[in-house]
Design a protein around this ligand. Structure first.
Ligand SMILES: Cc1ncc(C[n+]2csc(CCOP(=O)(O)OP(=O)(O)O)c2C)c(N)n1
Ligand SMILES: [Mg+2]
Length: 432
């Protein structure tokens, strides 16, 4: 038996332990060079059968499905062979998202709303997915998939009313601006609590399957959000029951001011999270609308034929701040967005349409004018219902509506007390 003092002596010969703390490559003021980001050639990745067992193509979690090549041609086995009409509609939807973002960002800066979040540079992720899914499929998005609503035809005025929390807001001002809820468009209520949508999507998909329905679920979260426990419990349920669900991880490199390394990106890819669960994993060029479309269509077919869930990592870049409350110049180099090696998703699809003789610069310019005009007109209409601080809010007592089917006695009392106080104060909020 060694003496206790012998053990202490032996340990004292070891090197002290140390922690690895990830550090982003570039900070404000640094020159940016993304040469270390591996970008495989378009068309170089094989496309397995949608019924193949997940363990047969684990390599796809470490490469990148890409369709659009350097000459803007669509190449390789993942080319979804879309009609020019479909390509033009996807292009227009992405342009509409960008125009909408631009205008609502400005509205926030003008004090018309308290908050906004752009999806600049990530438009293909939501828009191409919406085109590849059936309209009846159920989406469980995060706050950066406004492209789903726009591609599914949600009226812009309805989205703006929600952003302004005005009298036209069907959510009665109960949700933070941009946290839409649109049952009509298969768009589940956005939650500010990251990744809660993942287990909800799995539950919905399991219910769809257990009822013998044909609809599948798709959900989205950011790469930072994969660190949440909900992400992992959702994947466990999904693999056990082979739930018909598509998990999208939007790896836009940043989670507010935390870079992707803090969610595990230094050690492996986010698509590789699928492997430990025995789920199909694909890693996709998120700025290539055709690759996003193809991967989503592949995963949808897999889910719809009961072959199980798929996790898709969309490799992209958040070209703007996290939200209007963020200032990215404080923590990352201003050179990053322009140096990003995968380019701009709208420009790439536009170049492709031009390369195949189905588009030109004049039509692009006309389309840009047309979407900007549509957004402007919708904004005028929405502002008739009120903007922040201009009186036309939801009546104060709607605060209590739409939560309980039968309002409990103590809330009825509180509501009455509030109305009495408002009436006594002579302020114009109270409805009755
Ligand atoms: C459970 C929880 N933790 C923290 C936050 C604060 N928060 C809001 S967004 C965000 C960053 C998320 O980054 P990511 O998942 O990469 O998505 P992205 O914003 O890049 O699309 C954080 C930390 C939150 N809303 N909920
Ligand atoms: Mg992110």
């Amino acid at each position: 038996m060694p003496e206790e003092s012998d053990v202490v002596d032996a340990l004292s010969n070891l090197k002290p332990l140390s922690l690895h703390v990830p550090e982003p490559k570039f900070r404000p003021g640094d020159a940016v060079d993304f040469a270390e980001v591996a970008v495989p050639a378009a068309g170089s990745v094989r496309r397995p059968d949608t019924l193949a067992p997940a363990q047969d193509f684990t390599d796809l979690a470490y490469t990148m499905v890409r369709v659009l090549d350097e000459d803007a041609q669509a190449v390789g086995p993942w080319n979804p062979q879309l009609s020019p009409d479909r390509l033009r509609r996807m292009l227009r939807d992405m342009a509409m998202v960008r125009a909408f973002d631009e205008r609502m960002f400005r509205a926030q800066r003008q004090g018309k709303t308290s908050f906004y979040m752009k999806s600049l540079g990530e438009e293909a992720v939501a828009v191409a997915a919406a085109h590849a899914l059936d309209d009846e499929d159920m989406c469980f998005p995060s706050y950066r998939q406004q492209g789903l609503l726009i591609a599914r035809g949600c009226p812009l005025v309805d989205m703006m009313n929600q952003i302004y929390s005005n009298t036209g807001d069907k959510l009665q001002g109960k949700q933070l601006p941009i946290m839409y809820s649109e049952k009509r468009f298969g768009f589940f209520s956005i939650s500010g609590n990251l990744t809660t949508q993942y287990p909800q999507a799995v539950g919905w998909a399991m219910a769809s399957a257990s009822k013998g329905d044909t609809r599948i679920a798709a959900t989205w979260c950011g790469e930072g959000s994969t660190a949440e426990g909900d992400f992992h419990s959702a994947l466990t349920f999904a693999t056990v029951y082979r739930a018909p669900v598509i998990f999208n991880v939007v790896n836009n490199q940043w989670a507010i001011s935390s870079f992707s390394g803090f969610a595990g990106a230094e050690a492996t890819t986010f698509a590789a999270r699928a492997i430990g669960y025995g789920i199909a994993g694909l890693r996709v060029d998120g700025n290539d609308a055709l690759a996003v479309y193809a991967a989503t269509a592949w995963a949808a077919e897999r889910a719809r034929t009961n072959a199980g869930p798929t996790l898709i990592e969309h490799f992209t870049y958040r070209a703007e701040g996290h939200s209007t409350s963020d200032d990215p110049t404080q923590y990352r180099s201003a050179g990053e967005p322009t140096a990003w090696p995968l380019g701009d998703p709208i420009r790439r699809l536009k170049d492709h349409l031009i390369a195949i003789g189905e588009w030109d610069e004049d039509r692009q310019a006309a389309m840009d004018r047309e979407v900007a005009e549509a957004v402007k007109t919708a904004q005028k209409d929405a502002e008739k219902n009120g903007i922040l601080g201009h009186g036309l809010h939801q009546p104060l007592d709607t605060l209590f509506d739409g939560v309980f089917e039968e309002m409990p006695w103590h809330l009825r009392e509180q509501r009455q007390q509030m109305l009495d106080e408002e009436t006594a104060s002579g302020r114009p909020w109270a409805r009755k």
